[in-house]
Structures are given as C-alpha cells and as structure tokens.
Ligand binder design. Structure first.
Ligand SMILES: C[S@@+](CC[C@H](N)C(=O)[O-])C[C@H]1O[C@@H](n2cnc3c(N)ncnc32)[C@H](O)[C@@H]1O
Ligand SMILES: [Zn+2]
Length: 268
C-alpha cells in the first residue's frame, strides 16, 4: 500500500487507521484483518450481515454474485454503449462545476471502470469502490491500459460502509449505483456515507434510475433485473429529496429519461 492510500483507508467498523502488512491490512482497534487480493484491499465481510435486515442482506448477496458472474459482459450492454458518450460528457461537466482539477476523487460503485477511466483525467489520485471483485479486476486492467493504475486505489467494499476517512476526498461520483440498494434505509445510508467522505466545499455528481415515460415502457418502478439484481426507479421529487437530505442539490437533470443526474458542492 502506498502512503496516500493508507492515509485514506479506515476500518469500516470503527473508522480506525489500518496497518498494512504482507497481503493484508489490520485494524489495531477491533483487531479485524482485511485481505488484499491482487492489490485490492477487501472489506466485504460476512460480519456486515448483522447490520442488515434479512431481506436487504439476501438481495445484496444476490447482486454481488450476479455482478461477478456478469462482469465480462457489462461493458457490451447495448443500452450503456448508446448512452455512454452523452452520460460521460454530462457527468464530467456536472462533477467539475467550476473546479479545474481535484486532488482526490472517488467513484462509489465503479464496476468495471466504464466511468472511472474518464474521471481519472480530472484528479491526481483516483479511488474506485465496488462490492464485485470480478468487476474490480476488469477495472484494474482498464486503469492499467490507460496508464492510470499508479494513481488508482481500488477497494472491494460495501458502499454503505465505506472504509474511507471522513472528508478524505474533494470529489465524489456515483453512477447508477443508488437504484440498486435494496431498501430506502440503505439508499439513505449510502448517500450519508458519500457525504461523510467528501470534504466541505467538495464536488459531487450522483446518478440513479429515472421513473420516466420511457422507462415505464420497459419495466416496473422497482423489481429485479436478470440474474437477481434489485432496482428502484425514482421520480424527480424522490431523487431530489434523497440526495438533498445529505448533499445540497444545485442541478438535477435527466439523461435521456433513463437516469437522473444530481450535482453540487458539499456545504461548509
Ligand atoms: C449499474 S453498475 C454501474 C457501474 C459503473 N458505475 C458504471 O456506471 O458503469 C452498479 C455497480 O454498483 C455496484 N454495487 C451495487 N451495490 C453495491 C454496494 N452496496 N456496494 C458496492 N457496490 C455496489 C455493482 O457491483 C455494480 O458494479
Ligand atoms: Zn476496526
């Protein structure tokens, strides 16, 4: 682990600093040990089950397995291929605001790095968090291909329990993650975590499924995607309220009626 990575990482259970040794990280406070797999510290532990309702936990396990199984197909999904150019442009612009550049930027729920590869150009240090290890392995290859791996930290973790220090980042992005948190309680928890790790005055851009005339044609307001992935589609008011409770919403736009994109700066 590099020094800047150790400065950012914290135990997800008690937020204590971690000590790195060969192939693992250790918390001196709770004495838990976290493995480092192919350079990726892993904080996805069965111990987190007790912080969930049974249904929440089962749905998360189901998505984790589905994301690992589908990781190699994710970048070839037709809808994403069509939407990516516009989504990328709008998200980068929303995240930057008037900032020229960031020191440390994280994407929460980075998956295979479809968006993280573009965020890399905006910051000196880049963090990607996801609970699918298989997706993170593909993300790692991608960051290597674009020559950004040296400044990247990939973390295998549950977004509801970020193993990151308070105010560690000056930009936080999250693209199409929040709709997959399987309860209103967890959706609020993940927003609270994103707000916690963002510095005062830092920028954010967060997207989530839009319940629009267009998405009404192709599915229900909430349900399950193939392979057991839970989703929830938000009305404008629902998405605004969810984000604004934790981070002031300065801009809220729909991208092609498919996802909402909220952005702004964290207050002092
Ligand atoms: C629709 S994909 C989006 C991936 C990437 N942000 C993109 O835009 O291409 C949602 C991602 O969120 C991850 N995810 C879902 N719930 C999560 C959780 N509780 N903690 C961490 N990652 C989660 C999934 O593994 C998946 O990679
Ligand atoms: Zn600990």
């Amino acid at each position: 682990m590099k020094q800047w990575q150790l400065e950012m990482l914290r135990c997800p259970f008690d937020r204590a600093r971690l000590i790195a040794s060969e192939g693992e990280m250790h918390c001196m406070e709770c004495q838990k040990t976290f493995p480092v797999v192919d350079g990726i510290p892993s904080f996805v532990l069965p111990d987190l089950a007790t912080a969930h309702e049974r249904e929440e936990w089962l749905r998360k396990q189901s998505e984790m397995q589905a994301r690992d199984a589908q990781a190699s197909q994710y970048d070839h999904l037709l809808g994403l291929l069509l939407m990516s150019p516009l989504e990328t442009r709008m998200t980068l612009r929303a995240l930057r605001g008037r900032s020229a550049r960031f020191t440390a930027l994280a994407e929460i729920g980075c998956g295979t790095g479809r968006m993280l590869q573009h965020f890399a150009a905006l910051a000196d240090f880049v963090v990607g968090v996801d609970f699918s290890l298989q997706s993170l392995r593909l993300c790692q290859q991608r960051m290597q291909c674009i020559g950004a791996l040296e400044k990247t930290l990939l973390i295998h973790a549950d977004a509801c329990f970020l193993p990151l220090a308070d105010e560690a980042l000056d930009a936080v992005a999250s693209c199409q993650l929040v709709e997959h948190l399987p309860s209103d309680r967890l959706r609020r928890q993940v927003l609270a975590e994103m707000a916690r790790v963002l510095k005062a005055g830092g920028r954010y851009a967060i997207s989530g499924y839009h319940w629009s005339w267009f998405t009404r044609l192709s599915g229900a307001k909430q349900g399950m995607h193939q392979g057991g992935i839970y989703y929830y589609r938000f009305t404008r008011d629902e998405f605004h309220e969810l984000v604004n409770t934790h981070l002031p919403v300065e801009s809220l736009r729909s991208i092609l009626g498919y996802v909402w994109l909220a952005s702004g700066s964290k207050g002092a």
